[in-house]
Design a protein around this ligand. Sequence first.
Ligand SMILES: Cc1ncc(COP(=O)(O)O)c(C=O)c1O
Length: 428
Amino acid sequence: MLALARACAEGTVDLADPRAAAHLQPPSLAVAAAADVLAGVFNASVDTWDSGPYAVEIERRLVKGVCGLVGYGPGSGGVLTSGGSASNLQALLVARDAAAAKSRDVRTAGLAGFGRRPLVFCSELAHFSVARACAVLGLGEGAVRAVPVDGHHRMRPGALDAALRRADPDAWLPVAVVATAGTTDYGSVDPLPEVAAVAREHGVRLHVDAAYGCGALFSDRLRPLLEGIEEADTVTLDLHKTAWQPAAASLLLARDAADFAPVTGGRVAYLDPDDDGEAGYDGLLGLSLQTTRRADALKVAATFLALGTDGIGAMLEACHDLARHAERAVAAHPRLSLTAGATLSTVVFRYAARDPAASDRVNGALRRRLLRTGTALVGRTEAPGGDGRPAVHLKLTLLNPRARTADVDGLLDAVVRAGRAVEEGSTG
Ligand SMILES: Cc1ncc(COP(=O)(O)O)c(C=O)c1O
């Protein structure tokens, strides 16, 4: 065991190191990691009540509490899933079945005879799991209509409206609009009230992917970013991103808990018979695509008890402040060029190569150099360059609330030094 721990420590990326700033993967909180060990030791499964009554109850209370923070009423509900991709998949499953239910029961009859071609509308910056979910659900990736974004990387509601109007109702069946509250690269939040109004006008379900932005629920200062989220039919919230939980702790919430009913269909005799349910011995099987499911709510509950939800909010605020600092520092640096400033906790930029034609190569190589030399881990993505064509960009994803502005300055200095070294052809 000790040898394994040593091997892990030697071969890992230390997410608590301020120089680790690549992915939406925070350093996990000690209290959450400890509670996660407890969950493993007790090994409750929340599908049936008798497999772990305490775990079932904790998940129910957690869901209820977070529904309240979203602004959902008493009829709401939700479930923990294995990640944002799984939450988005289940949300689109619910939307697919709800859209089809007007004419046929897809659950039993399958997609044959679905009739009109299904459509899912999301911004061009929506997470790839939306398209993947469409493929898995038999809608096909071709069902995705990518709506253009504005200069701040937010879905344009007018363009959404136009796209929905273009969908001939005899040929196409709009299944859902997916808004993103916190795009993966930019942290940008689609204008939720306006998007909700368009979806409502067209009678289409709205799902909000707040996998990244969910941490703003816990912060008075950042909560306004999520204004309108309560209008969504379903929302994805990844607490393993901006609530500093060990993976996985994703929540899929629904304004109307009854939405989940078609997910699993009827009861299963050996797990949740009707009379047990009626007598109050009800597990969570009917909410989830999984059967055996671990008590992931335990770590979140322990965190909220230890820090309060406002404690989590303060952590995101600290990361937001760091990102604002990074934005200013990049903008002021002669060898860096800012592409997108901070909405949540990411900043997208480029190292300004002396030869602009070599920019993609230099930015890609400098990132690998930082990685290879163990200096830093910064993110990489693709964004339109000066000529509008896709170009290699760098990204800081700042999720370490203990990092200091001096750490951010050090990271940016390291980027510039690595850029120069690449340009000079150094192999070190
Ligand atoms: C906006 C958004 N949605 C969904 C996901 C998928 O989350 P997960 O990796 O937990 O499946 C991500 C991951 O980064 C994301 O950024």
